[in-house]
Design a protein around this ligand. Sequence first.
Ligand code: PAF
Length: 308
Amino acid sequence: MSQTQWTVLGAGSLGCLWGGYLNRAGFSVTLLHRSGVSAPESLYLTPFQATEEVAFEAKLKSAEQCAPGSIKQLIIATKAQDALTAVAGVEHALADDAIILVLQNGMGAQQAVAEKYDRYAIVAACITDGAFRSEPGHVIHAGKGISRVGALNAKGKAVESAVVEQLKQMDLVIEHCPDINQALWNKLAINIGINGLTALDQCLNGELNDPERLAHVEILCQETEQVMQSLKLQIPEHGLFGLVKDVINGTAKNRSSMLQDIQKGKSTEIEYINGYLLKQAKALGIPAPENQKIYDAVLKRFHSANAL
Ligand code: PAF
C-alpha cells in the first residue's frame, strides 16, 4: 500500500517548509515540536515567489505523545547537532519497517543517524532551497533550489525510489540521486565557503564578493578540493571556487543559515561544516589552516566553552 503520512521532527524553517509542501500535495502530516516548547498556533507557508501565504494542516504533537509503532515515515528536520538526540526521542514510536529521511546541513550528523539506526531504512536529502520563518509556524520559501535524495544504507536503497516518487508530488524540485555522498560533499563545500565567513563578518552571502573576502573563500575551496580529490570524489567542472561563486551570486540577498543561527543566539553547525572537513583533512594528513582559522574563530565568538 502506498504511504500517505509523514511525521516531521523539527518545526523550524525546513520542517515547516517540507511539512507545508507535503500537506499541500495531499499527505497527512504530523509536526513534532520539542516538549516544553509551545506548539505554533497556526501554520502558514508562503510558496516560492507567491505574494500571499497559504494555510496548511498538520497534527501538532511532542515526541512523547506518539504511540509505539505509530511512525512509519519520519523526516528529521533539526539542526545537525540535534539530529541524533531527536531520533532517540522518537525511537519508541518507530514502526519496525520505518523509513527515516534526514535533511541536515553539512556532513556527519546524517552518517551518525545511519550508523546508529541501521536497522531502519535511512535516506538523505541534500537541499539547496532557502527558507526562513517570519514567526513561529509561518515559513517563507525564499530561494528555489533542488533536493537530491538518495539512500544512506542498504535498507534505504530498497525504498529510495518509492520515497522519491512520494516527494516528487510536492511543488519542490526533487531529484533521485544514487550517489548521495557526492551530492552531500558538494553541498558541504558550498557551506564551507559561505557559512563561517558570513557569520563572522555578519554579512549577506552576496557581500562575500568583496575581493578580500573572496580571497578567503578561494583558499577554503582549495583546501576542500584537496580533501575531496584525495577521497576520489568528483570536483565540479569549473572547480569548487566556481561552484561556490555561483551560489554566492544566486543567493546574494540571503543570510546564510549560520548567520541566522547566531543572530537568534543559537549554536552553529560549524562542527558539521568546517569541523567535518578538518577531521577528514587530519585523517588524510592534508593541512587545512584556513578552515582551522574559521572553525576556531566561530567557536571562540559564538560558542561557550562547553557548547559542543
Ligand atoms: O546554509 C545555508 O545558508 C545555505 O546552505 C546556503 C546555500 C549557503 C545559502 O545561504
